[in-house]
Design a protein around this ligand. Structure first.
Ligand code: HEM
Length: 331
């Protein structure tokens, strides 16, 4: 619990520091302009560094993790999706993984019951919360384009219309706001309540969750309760995007807290486990076709070895073998 409390205190401290600094004239520009630019620079450099390092890692062999029959002899039925033997199959498997979290869908939970008896059960809640969180986050980020782009992209308008389907007064209530909060709260309570998950949880696991939760909470608070001046935010955000920044006027402490927390997330992302977002695409256990039986893969940096093939050996001893009555491949 100490780790959870520590990370919560860190996140609250960031939000409070930003909200307090926003009241001090002169520091506003640092929080509104300096911090986001610095965080974005760290994000870009960090992401590039991670992706370049991953892409330079040698992958001499095909090492996909599969759970199906590999393609080999024509009379053995292979499984094109579980053990894809070509790029199309690998892309299909990867797409299902990224879009539907297919491997997490098969997640099971274990429990020691009376006996003692170890029982495995289906565990779909984790999958449901994960998918609700990730899809909501994507929709929220796409909807945020309306703050940065003028005219507002059609995709942002369409998503806002679909997301606001359950309009209950003004401002329009977005389903994704409720979903992201519920999913993050579920993920957090699961980490704290389940003794096994709690045992393996680190400070950084809680920090990432609290950071995301605080961003969502501050955003929701701004939208439904504090009512931030969206025109001022939009002017400010477009200024940031076109590198002509000016500190926003009259946007309130919640906006500064929201922005500082988002900046923290951006700067922290490349060094955190949240990088699984990019890593999944570069994982050789996922992105390779399993054609190990169909194709011979030779390690490209194998040291040259002088070999003596069977053909050469037979050429050398053919006469003696024939004389001794031994079978030969080429008479
Ligand atoms: C990781 C990035 C971000 C996340 C996850 C996030 C999340 C949210 C959420 C959940 C809301 C509630 C309302 C809604 O869903 O639209 C919100 C609102 C808001 N966010 Fe963000 N946000 C992010 C980045 C930003 C950035 C970079 C800015 C500004 C430069 C920003 C400005 C705002 C504003 C002004 C609102 C209030 C919108 C309204 O009143 O309709 N957000 N945010």
């Amino acid at each position: 619990m100490k780790k959870a409390a520590g990370s919560l205190i860190c996140v609250i401290a960031i939000a409070l520091a930003a909200a307090a600094a926003a009241r001090i004239h002169g520091i506003q520009a640092v929080i509104a302009i300096g911090v986001p630019y610095a965080a974005f620079a760290v994000l870009l450099l960090g992401l590039s560094w991670r992706v370049i390092r991953w892409s330079l890692a040698p992958v001499p062999f095909r090492i996909p993790t599969v759970c199906g029959q590999e393609k080999s002899l024509p009379w053995i039925r292979s499984n094109w999706l579980e053990s894809p033997h070509n790029t199309a199959g690998a892309i299909a498997r990867m797409a299902l993984e990224v879009l539907a979290f297919r491997s997490l869908f098969r997640n099971t939970g274990s429990r020691l019951e009376q006996g003692p008896r170890l029982v495995y059960r289906e565990a779909k809640w984790l999958w449901l919360a994960a998918i609700a969180f990730h899809w909501s986050l994507l929709v929220i980020l796409l909807r945020h384009l309306r703050l940065f782009v003028e005219p507002v992209p059609k995709v942002a308008l369409l998503l806002a219309r679909l997301d606001g389907f359950f309009q209950v007064g003004a401002p329009v209530f977005y389903i994704t706001d409720a979903l992201i909060l519920a999913a993050l709260l579920y993920l957090l309570q699961r980490r704290m309540r389940d003794p096994q998950v709690r045992y393996i949880s680190l400070f950084t696991d809680y920090f990432a969750l609290f950071l995301l939760l605080s961003i969502a909470v501050s955003g929701v608070w701004m939208r439904y309760f504090a009512r931030t001046d969206i025109i001022a935010v939009k002017q400010f955000a477009i200024g940031l995007a076109i590198f002509a920044p000016a500190a926003p006027k009259g946007v309130g402490a919640w906006f500064y807290a929201h922005l500082a927390l988002v900046s923290m997330l951006a700067a922290y992302l490349p060094f955190s486990k949240l990088m699984h977002m990019g890593g999944v695409f570069l994982s050789p256990t996922r992105n390779l076709a399993n054609n190990n039986r169909a194709k011979r893969h030779v390690n490209p940096w194998n040291a040259p070895v002088k070999v003596h093939t069977y053909e050469e050996w037979e050429d050398e001893f053919r006469e003696k073998m024939v004389a001794a009555g031994l079978p030969v491949e080429r008479p």
